[in-house]
Design a protein around this ligand. Structure first.
Ligand SMILES: [Zn+2]
Ligand SMILES: [Zn+2]
Length: 264
């Protein structure tokens, strides 16, 4: 039987995101050695100043750097970006998302009212929430993120589970409503392996959630969320197993914001 036709990591951070290390060229070499077929870099951009984000001025340097490497290497490299979705700042996001040269734009929710809920520094804040309510609030932001029409891919879909705070209620309706919005907004969902290294010990999204995506025809991309070159493609065999179990036979690939489905 045919093995992996395309194996693509679209979510890696270089030293240009404040919390990551390594140059893109190192990422590319590791991707090649690990048998990946394409890599996309997605450094981090917050529409307002943030310690883990490139500034608007640094963006030009980032784009130039990636374009230069694209020309120098024979390995397929894509220029992406991971942008924080913050409601009310859509116009600031738009001026970045609409810049030419990007192959894809990932929209991610990392903040609930200014609370960086995925940052271990602020974990105590979970105590103040009813977790069912927290999930509802988080997924309404994810829905707004998709509806904004600014993004191609929704990053780490159920990141809110990162520290293992589980809602004591069935969330199926919330998941189904969210996927309905994805379908209307024509966005992809990212299957992100970094959750396996977090306290939740599970890929983003969960199998049940991914199944709802599959049943509704939502395309997927693959991402490791590597913050160091050695993490490129990390745990992708588990991703592959999961997506196959759910039923996926294709993943999405992007070129200048145009989606193409390729076999896995
Ligand atoms: Zn992220
Ligand atoms: Zn990321």
């Amino acid at each position: 039987m045919e093995w992996v036709a395309m194996f693509i990591d679209y979510h890696v951070h270089t030293a240009m995101s404040g919390d990551a290390k390594g140059e893109l060229a190192e990422y590319v070499e590791i991707a090649r050695n690990r048998g990946l077929t394409e890599i996309g870099v997605s450094d981090h951009y917050h529409p307002e100043e943030h310690e883990y984000s490139m500034s608007y001025e640094e963006l030009a340097e980032y784009v130039k750097k990636v374009q230069l490497l694209k020309k120098r290497t024979d390995f397929p490299v894509k220029l992406g970006i991971e942008v924080d979705f913050i409601p009310g700042l859509e116009s600031k996001i738009e001026r970045v998302a609409k810049l030419k040269h990007f192959d894809y734009v990932i929209g991610s929710v990392h903040f609930i009212n200014n609370w960086g809920f995925d940052d271990p520094k602020y974990i105590s804040e979970y105590q103040k929430w009813d977790i069912v309510e927290l999930y509802g609030t988080y997924f309404s932001l994810v829905q707004q993120c998709a509806k904004s029409g600014l993004f191609d891919i929704i990053g780490h879909l159920d990141l809110i589970k990162k520290f293992g705070y589980e809602p004591k209620a069935d969330m199926t309706d919330v998941f189904m409503n969210t996927v309905k919005v994805f379908k209307e907004s024509k966005v992809c969902v990212e299957v992100n392996t970094s959750g396996l290294s977090a306290p939740c010990r599970e890929i983003y999204p969960s199998k049940a959630f991914l199944k709802i995506c599959f049943d509704n025809g939502i395309p997927i991309t693959l991402g490791s969320d590597a913050h160091a070159p050695e993490d490129v493609g990390k745990n992708f065999s588990q991703s592959l197993k999961l997506i196959r179990e759910v039923g996926y036979e294709n993943i999405a690939r992007f070129t200048y914001r145009k989606l193409e489905l390729v076999e896995i």
